[in-house]
Design a protein around this ligand. Structure first.
Ligand code: ADP
Ligand code: MG
Length: 209
């Protein structure tokens, strides 16, 4: 993983999120306040605009700048949560000496754990954690069992989709959707959908054909 990789991923993610913008907007209108797509699109744009500033930096510094930009530039829960993800990844041990896929999975998993602490939401509460936690677990299990990376990433895409779909029938206990009680049932969580699309994009771009 290099700074160039991060910027390229942000560009790929931008395309996919833009293609699903109306759908995600509608999801947050149904169970939130409708701004989730705006927050996500703004975050991605801010990260892509950082390219000239961060392209020559060591990965730890680049990730940290991304974190700061996301934290200061995006409103809503997603700004704080994604900011925490990148800030924690930036603190990964010895990452400036190189980040292979095992290291990338390790720091992503540490990041997800920090987001979990920050938002105090676990699996089953109808949030992006229903995607992020199972994906992090799937990636880590795959590495620990020395499985083929393409297989692990293919499984992660499926796990992300299953997690996203699982939010549909859940009651929300965290975030704005929790105010809706039973009325939140029957709607997919917007943060789960945007996270799932991002994970799918990254994994599929890395899977060697
Ligand atoms: P806001 O809810 O402040 O308007 P966004 O609309 O950008 O912020 O993001 C909403 C998404 O944030 C939700 O769909 C949910 O996935 C996620 N979310 C909300 N609260 C939490 C939390 N405590 N932990 C994890 N994710 C959360
Ligand atoms: Mg919102």
């Amino acid at each position: 993983m290099s700074v160039n990789f991060l910027i390229n991923q942000a560009k790929l993610i931008q395309e996919v999120i833009d293609a699903h913008a109306l759908e995600i907007e509608k999801l947050d209108q149904e169970i939130g306040d409708g701004d989730h797509i705006f927050n996500v699109q703004r975050g991605i744009k801010l990260v892509i605009e950082l390219e000239p500033t961060i392209k020559e930096l060591p990965i730890s510094k680049a990730l940290n700048q991304i974190a700061m930009k996301v934290l200061s530039g995006i409103g809503g829960s997603s700004g704080a949560l994604f900011g925490t993800l990148f800030m924690t990844m930036a603190k990964g041990e010895n990452i400036d000496e190189g980040v292979d896929y095992k290291k990338a999975i390790e720091i992503f998993s540490l990041g997800v754990e920090a987001v979990k602490q920050r938002g105090k939401a676990d699996v089953g509460e109808k949030t992006m954690m229903d995607v992020l936690i199972p994906v992090a677990n799937c990636l880590q299990d795959g590495i620990q069992n020395n499985r083929d990376i393409n297989e692990i990433l293919t499984e992660a895409v499926q796990v992300a989709e299953d997690g996203m779909l699982s939010t549909k029938d859940l009651l929300a206990t965290k975030g704005r959707a929790s105010f809706l009680g039973e009325r939140a049932k029957g709607h997919i969580d917007p943060g789960a959908r945007s996270s799932q699309l991002m994970i799918k994009t990254v994994c599929e771009s890395v899977i060697k054909k």
